[in-house]
Design a protein around this ligand. Structure first.
Ligand code: HEM
Length: 203
């Protein structure tokens, strides 16, 4: 039952993540492109009925994921079985800190949690050595977790070789996407003029 709920909740979160990561890739076209896209989507995912469901799913996903890791501790065999637990563990860590940071920024600091909010930590002089792997690994972990889940669901329909190749491909897409997003937000693709209210150290 818990596995079934974990999958349903993953599906709902994935719907958000699809738009969320598309939003971050759109930043390749400039800061305003990212902000405009986010402002168009917010009325949907921040709607009074949708946001609490999304946040509840994130919390449920973290809790049920930790339970799955604990239950099968020391019993996992093979690369993808371990990759599923490690990526899930990282996603649990990331989701807890990421969603808390966004909510703290929005509700306590009164910030607009837009492009600049995410870019702030990645700027030289802030904490890029923490935030570069933090965000890159989040995207890698998401795609790895997805690849392991799909590999398991399709295990009776495809050969092991096809499953492994497809999973490897999905994980590689995750790595490339993660690197593209952090490159954009760190200012490696175009310069970023951070407004004063987002500066973590000096700007
Ligand atoms: C990789 C780079 C990422 C960056 C730069 C980033 C940045 C952001 C920003 C700026 C927001 C605030 C959105 C708003 O104010 O409307 C946000 C919200 C959020 N992000 Fe991310 N994110 C990233 C990856 C992820 C991933 C991989 C996940 C899930 C696995 C995720 C889950 C969420 C959730 C659940 C929210 C809260 C949505 C809400 O209710 O407002 N993010 N993120």
């Amino acid at each position: 039952m818990l596995h079934k709920l974990h999958r349903i909740s993953a599906l709902l979160i994935s719907l958000y993540v699809l738009f969320h990561l598309t939003n971050h890739v759109i930043a390749l076209g400039g800061v305003s492109a990212h902000i405009n896209f986010m402002e168009n989507l917010r009325p949907i995912y921040r709607a009074k009925v949708i946001e609490p469901i999304l946040l509840f799913c994130a919390l449920f996903q973290v809790t049920s994921g930790i339970i799955f890791i604990a239950r099968r501790w020391g019993k996992r065999r093979g690369f993808f079985d371990h990759a599923q637990a490690i990526s899930g563990g990282y996603l649990a860590f990331f989701l807890m800190f990421h969603v808390s940071a966004v909510m703290y920024g929005r509700l306590v600091q009164g910030l607009d949690t837009n492009f600049f909010f995410a870019a702030a930590g990645l700027q030289p002089g802030a904490y890029p050595w923490f935030f570069l792997p933090y965000y890159t690994l989040a995207v890698v972990a998401y795609f790895t977790h997805l690849a392991c889940g799909l590999r398991w669901i399709l295990r009776e329909h495809l050969s092991t070789q096809t499953l492994n190749r497809a999973a490897g491909g999905v994980m590689t897409v995750g790595l490339l996407l993660g690197l593209t997003i952090v490159s954009t937000f760190s200012g490696a693709i175009y310069p970023i003029a951070l407004p004063n209210e987002y500066c973590l150290n000096k700007c």
